[in-house]
Design a protein around this ligand. Structure first.
Ligand code: NI
Length: 173
């Protein structure tokens, strides 16, 4: 089993990093991807971007399948939205880097995405529903954006303060 990694929380300035393109899909990257999936399942969450485990690479993992006990991680390397729909969806979003806080965010309902998969094979695919929202949320992380950045400054600051306090008070074992 892959060794899980530590997830960083807001207001860690690393979360504002613009992540770098992945140049090579090699064994080291695959090891990182396996560790990211393990970290996501343990959290538990349905999506994780590399920067959330302090690695500034354009890489993310999602698993939006709701089958009990079955893990079907999907990896996206250098994901790029090449089209998004006019139509939007609103989901109540959360984030592993903003534990225990949720807010409604409106995003395009459908996107077309260019990316490389776990084996470095290029794809262009259409995503909708929860997949589209989850992918846009994770791609935002690669550009230094967290979902609370879409909220009012007042609401955002309140959440960041609460998370910072909870993180400081936590006993991490
Ligand atoms: Ni997130």
């Amino acid at each position: 089993m892959a060794q899980p990694l530590t997830i960083i929380n807001v207001p860690d300035p690393l979360l504002k990093t613009i992540s770098q393109e992945v140049l090579r899909v090699d064994d080291a990257l695959k090891k990182l991807m396996d560790q990211m999936a393990e970290t996501m399942y343990r959290a538990p969450g349905i999506g994780l971007a590399a920067i959330q485990v302090s690695v500034p690479k354009r890489l993310l993992v999602i698993d939006t399948s709701d089958k009990e006990g079955e893990q079907t991680p999907q990896f996206f390397i250098n994901p790029k939205v090449v089209w998004s729909s006019e139509e939007t969806n609103i989901y109540n979003e959360g984030c592993l880097s903003v534990p225990e806080h949720y807010a409604e965010v409106e995003r395009p309902a459908e996107i077309r995405l260019e990316y490389l998969d776990y084996n470095g094979v290029p794809h262009v695919s259409l995503f909708d529903g929860l997949d589209a929202t989850c992918l846009q949320h994770e791609i935002d992380h690669l550009d230094g954006i967290v979902f609370i950045d879409y909220l009012s400054k007042l609401k955002r600051n309140m959440i960041v303060k609460k998370v910072a306090k909870a993180t400081k008070d936590a006993v991490v074992l």
